[in-house]
Design a protein around this ligand. Structure first.
Ligand SMILES: Cc1cc2nc3c(=O)[nH]c(=O)nc-3n(C[C@H](O)[C@H](O)[C@H](O)COP(=O)(O)O)c2cc1C
Length: 174
């Protein structure tokens, strides 16, 4: 059941050298493209990056938290289209989340790298850095980069015993 997958999924930041096959990338993209979106506008684009030089360049997109991507065989950039939907952030985030879950389901490791509102290693905007690196026009906002690969680390699965039930209430807040 989905809960088991959600318990198993952890952010993976270390990958083997094995490439991710085109068939696997296609399934990941199907899962992203099947995501729900407000008014079914689907205000997103996905850019698959598998050229090592480009991945190394993208790994400098942030001052902190993106360097590990240099060792990933693939990444999928999730870009949003603010001009076509006012809720592109929500829609793009759902698609990015589905990519993480699909990667786990396929036995891959993945990690979300936040780009929007972040600063690159050279002090500029992370979004601008990714746009320039991949020829993404200014009409697209870069939500996140999902680093992908075959896991080279084992992470413990999440326990059901320490969930924050205090953040849940029924009907009215206590
Ligand atoms: C919106 C969002 C932004 C994130 N940004 C980064 C990031 O820039 N770099 C990174 O290494 N991990 C990033 N992560 C991964 C989180 O650090 C990770 O999900 C969290 O620590 C929980 O760990 P887990 O995914 O293994 O359960 C991000 C996750 C989310 C949902």
């Amino acid at each position: 059941m989905l809960r088991d997958l959600l318990q198993q999924r952890r952010s993976i930041r270390s990958f083997t050298d094995a490439p991710v096959s085109k068939e696997t990338i296609d399934i990941l993209l199907q899962c992203a493209l099947l995501s729900p979106s407000s008014r079914s506008i689907r205000p997103w684009e996905f850019i698959v990056v598998d050229e090592p030089e480009l991945i190394r360049k993208l790994s400098r997109a942030k001052e902190h938290g993106s360097a590990f991507m240099a060792g990933a065989p693939a990444a999928i950039v999730v870009a949003g289209l603010p001009e076509v939907s006012d809720v592109w952030i929500e829609d793009s985030a759902i698609a990015a989340s589905n990519l993480l879950l699909a990667a786990e389901d396929l036995g891959l490791g993945a990690c979300w790298i936040q780009i929007r509102l972040r600063t690159s290693a050279d002090g500029g905007s992370s979004e601008e850095y990714v746009r320039e690196t991949l020829n993404i026009p200014a009409s697209r906002s870069v939500e996140a980069v999902i680093a992908l690969g075959h896991p080279n680390q084992r992470m413990s699965q999440c326990s059901l015993d320490n969930l924050e039930w205090q953040k849940v209430s029924y009907n009215r807040r206590p």
